[in-house]
Design a protein around this ligand. Structure first.
Ligand code: C2E
Ligand code: CA
Ligand code: CA
Length: 704
């Protein structure tokens, strides 16, 4: 469409010019297809092209009515002035507010003065061109740029404020960027943080200032190489300065990698602390039961995977409870700590020595080849245990019972191993403690039987099924009854009268032996009271005392109490103690008790002499009144020399010697010849119920 030239009436009137040049100009402008305005020197509009209105730069109505100067914006006015002054073409950009058109638009105006023939300017030609799109595009890019800048600023802030070090290296291991934390973590000078710095330069610097990785090769293998070869990798790298840095490498698409560096020294220490609390025993610092379980599970898993053999040892300190009771908890703690030390020395660092609780320890031995690998360290341990432990000026030795077993069959139920070790431990205790036993399948049934027996004994005690029989002790020089030994019998409801051999396990059990001891004393005291009342000349009654009774530390006072309560003179009582009572730890408790008893007039007899390890040196420490030669020597003619030696030894130390197990007249004759003081045995009488004692004494006296 051809643009029409609109001539404004008013303007036309005011600026009526009739020069041919202007007429030609107007004609040219009227042909223009672009928005054009012709202005006078006061910027009053003289002519607009149709396109000017089509594009709604100004509205024709407003223009025609006012014919006021066309000032589209302050910039426009400035440009017009400058243009008329200098004659140069000026441009300016004007925003046309939304109005006729729904959106604001931008126009670029080119202002040129006219005429250009050297005469004074009388007109200003304004040519418009819509640049909305360009402006908007520019704005958009500007907005995008600003957004990017903001994003970058935020990213920078995040980077420099992040607690972890971050660095990015290209495929040639040249630094792309790193953050403040990274710089601080390794004490890097600013210069080394410039892009392009090589990783090696940074590592060199770090080694110089003393925070390099302990093993550079390991560091590379674990992290950098992994990051570069496309695999993400997280590793804890130890630094020379003692810190541990957790480094995570991630490959980036453009080659190279980004890595975060986190100082985890404290975190690891805290974890270790928690670990320690959860899995360690605070007293000994050994793994506790939970720690043991973990190690055990590991061993089982390894056995399943590789078929490796491993061993399990259970250790229980003998009579630990009594040590605590009599020597105090400090002594108990000291002993446990000392034992923990000895255990660590006896086993390899790769073995797990754990404290399961109280006086129970367990050891897991991995990678065993043969049973010797299990028994050898146990022997070492037993050697170590022999050396006494000093505590608060006292020295004592630990005895421990040890049960051991080997896990040979990877398919076997792993919990069996724990049970087997327990069974072996039980067997070790049963065999007299202070020894080690390696599990054999036959033990399991024995242990089961024993457990059943103990249950029955417990019941029997509560039912009053235990009583004493009495066996006479005859004085050889006078051929009179010197006294009786009280021997425990069980009136079993189904099996009849059972000797102690049938319930020996009960004497081995701490709790039950104390209960049986109580029964023996009460029965014997009551019996002596009755005999005293009836005028039966029973002499002395000897009561067997087990080591558990000694270890309570209360034995002397309890006996004194019973003697007083039953009004039985102390010189009517003998107590028989086996050698093992004197041995082992805590002999202070034993010697104090023995001395107190002895001082009140109770006789002390050392039972089963010759079968244990009692040495003369040991014997001298205690006030022993009687030595009882074990029947195994008396009944074996080959042991005559021993019997004679014991008799000589006894009399030289001022003790009377009693021979047990005399069954035959020849034995009696020999003993009499050797100078034995007293005898006891089936030759005179088997142990008898209390009711038969008075009759026996009467008969024996008349006979003698
Ligand atoms: P012990 O103290 O050595 O008692 C002597 C054992 O020898 C008794 O066995 C007795 O019956 C047996 N004996 C006596 N003379 C002869 C003989 O001529 N030939 C043979 N073959 N044996 C003879 P018993 O009564 O079966 O007692 C066994 C063990 O049980 C006792 O050995 C003692 O260690 C223990 N015991 C018995 N009663 C008690 C008790 O009340 N308390 C404690 N702690 N132990 C007891
Ligand atoms: Ca005895
Ligand atoms: Ca005996």
């Amino acid at each position: 469409m051809r643009s029409k030239v609109v001539v404004l009436d008013v303007a036309d009137r005011r600026s009526a010019v009739t020069s041919p040049a202007e007429a030609a100009l107007r004609a040219t402008l009227s042909d223009a297809l672009v928005p054009i305005a012709l202005l006078g020197l006061d910027l009053e509009p003289l002519l607009f092209s149709q396109s000017w209105f089509d594009q709604a730069i100004t509205s024709p109505v407003a223009s025609s009515q006012k014919a006021a100067p066309l000032i589209l914006s302050p910039d426009f006015a400035d440009a017009a002035r400058a243009c008329l002054q200098s004659g140069a073409v000026e441009t300016c950009r004007v925003e046309i507010a939304a109005g006729v058109k729904a959106h604001a638009r931008w126009f670029s105006f080119e202002l040129s003065p006219w005429p250009r023939d050297g005469s004074a300017y009388s007109r200003l030609i304004v040519v418009g061109r819509e640049v909305t799109e360009a402006v908007l595009a520019a704005r958009e890019t500007e907005a995008a740029r600003r957004q990017q800048a903001e994003q970058n600023a935020r990213f920078d802030a995040a980077l420099s404020n992040m607690p972890h070090g971050l660095c990015m290296f290209d495929a040639e291991k040249r630094l792309i960027l790193c953050n403040t934390a990274y710089r601080r973590l390794y004490d890097l000078p600013e210069a080394l943080c410039a892009p392009g710095t090589t990783l090696d330069a940074i590592l060199d610097h770090r080694r110089r200032v003393g925070n390099g990785a302990k093993s550079l090769a390991a560091f590379y293998a674990a992290t950098v190489e992994a990051g570069l070869s496309g695999g993400a990798a997280t590793r804890d790298v130890e630094l020379i300065d003692g810190r541990t840095i957790r480094i995570t490498h991630n490959p980036i698409a453009t080659g190279g990698y980004v890595a975060t560096h986190e100082d985890v020294t404290e975190a690891l220490r805290a974890t270790a602390q928690i670990e320690f609390l959860a899995f360690r025993d605070p007293l000994t610092s050994l793994p506790n039961r939970a720690g043991f379980q973990r190690a055990y599970d590991d061993a089982v898993a390894a056995a399943e995977q590789t078929g490796e053999m491993f061993g399990l040892i259970m250790l229980d300190v003998d009579h630990f409870k009594d040590i605590n009771d009599t020597l105090g908890h400090d002594a108990g703690d000291a002993l446990l700590k000392a034992l923990a030390g000895q255990l660590k020395r006896a086993f390899r660092a790769t073995d797990t020595v754990a404290r399961l609780g109280g006086d129970e320890f367990a050891i897991i031995l991995r990678g065993l080849k043969e049973e010797r690998d299990l028994t050898r360290p146990i022997e070492v341990l037993q050697g170590l245990l022999r050396s006494p432990i000093e505590h608060a000026g006292q020295s004592f030795t630990i005895c421990a019972s040890i049960g051991a077993t080997i896990h040979e069959d990877p398919d076997a139920d792993p919990t069996h191993l724990l049970k087997n070790a327990d069974v072996a431990l039980y067997q070790a205790k049963y065999d007299g403690r202070n020894r080690s036993v390696v599990f054999k399948p036959s033990m399991r049934t024995e242990v089961e039987k024993r457990v059943e027996l103990l249950r029955e004994v417990r019941l029997g005690i509560s039912q009053g099924e235990f009583d004493l029989h009495y066996q006479p002790v005859v004085d050889l020089s006078t051929r009179t009854v010197a006294g009786f030994e009280a021997l425990m019998r069980w009136n079993h409801p189904e099996q009849g009268i059972l000797p102690p051999g049938a319930f020996m396990a009960a004497f081995e059990d701490n709790d039950l032996s104390l209960q049986l001891g109580e029964v023996a004393f009460e029965r014997a005291m009551a019996q002596m009271r009755a005999w005293l009342d009836d005028g039966v000349a029973f002499g002395r009654v000897a009561i067997n005392v087990s080591s558990s009774q000694f270890r309570t530390g209360r034995l002397a006072s309890e006996i004194a109490e019973k003697l007083a309560r039953w009004r039985v003179p102390a010189d009517r009582l003998t107590i028989e103690v086996t050698e093992n009572v004197y041995m082992g730890w805590g002999s202070d408790v034993v010697s104090d008790t023995v001395r107190q008893l002895h001082d009140t007039g109770v006789l002390i007899a050392l039972d089963d002499f010759g079968t244990g390890y009692a040495s003369l040196a040991n014997l001298r420490q205690f006030p022993v009144d009687r030595l009882k030669i074990d029947k195994s020597f008396v009944q074996n003619r080959e042991d005559d020399a021993i019997v004679r030696a014991v008799i000589n030894l006894g009399s030289s130390m001022g003790m009377k010697v009693v021979a047990e197990g005399v069954e035959h007249p020849e034995q009696l004759a020999a003993l009499a010849q050797y100078g034995c003081d007293q005898v006891q045995g089936y030759h005179f009488a088997k142990p008898m119920p209390a009711g038969e004692v008075a009759g026996f004494i009467d008969g024996f006296t008349t006979q003698g």
